[in-house]
Design a protein around this ligand. Structure first.
Ligand code: FES
Length: 111
């Protein structure tokens, strides 16, 4: 049975979503010993808002000098929320990449 997906936060970089924790060999990549390199599978999601390939990280966070520290008390956490069918999304500007995919076509709420 496959293990549950995991999310890790990169230091001043993307969110790493590992969707398959089974280490599988990487094609054409071997250690100096000749042993095949194996890794888990997943994707890196943009957290800085600067990627040209959202929702995926394209490495732009390094070029723009993104800092992953959250600025408490700056008002970023007080952005309005949006309501969908059976879900309310709190638009937390302190942790969101602002890609807009989760809020497109939804109406604003007052909660
Ligand atoms: S976190 Fe890497 S491009 Fe945004």
């Amino acid at each position: 049975m496959a293990s549950a997906p995991k999310i890790a936060v990169g230091n001043n970089g993307p969110y790493f979503v590992m969707h398959d924790m089974t280490a599988l060999p990487v094609p054409n990549l071997r250690r100096a010993s000749g042993e095949a390199c194996a890794t888990v599978r997943g994707v890196a999601l943009c957290r800085c808002g600067g990627s040209k390939n959202k929702p995926f990280c394209d490495g732009s966070h390094g070029a723009i000098g993104f800092k992953g520290t959250k600025h408490r008390g700056s008002g970023e956490e007080q952005a309005p929320c949006v309501a969908g069918k059976g879900i309310t999304i709190f638009d937390n500007r302190g942790i969101c990449s602002h890609a807009g995919h989760c809020t497109d076509a939804l109406s604003r709420c007052s909660a």
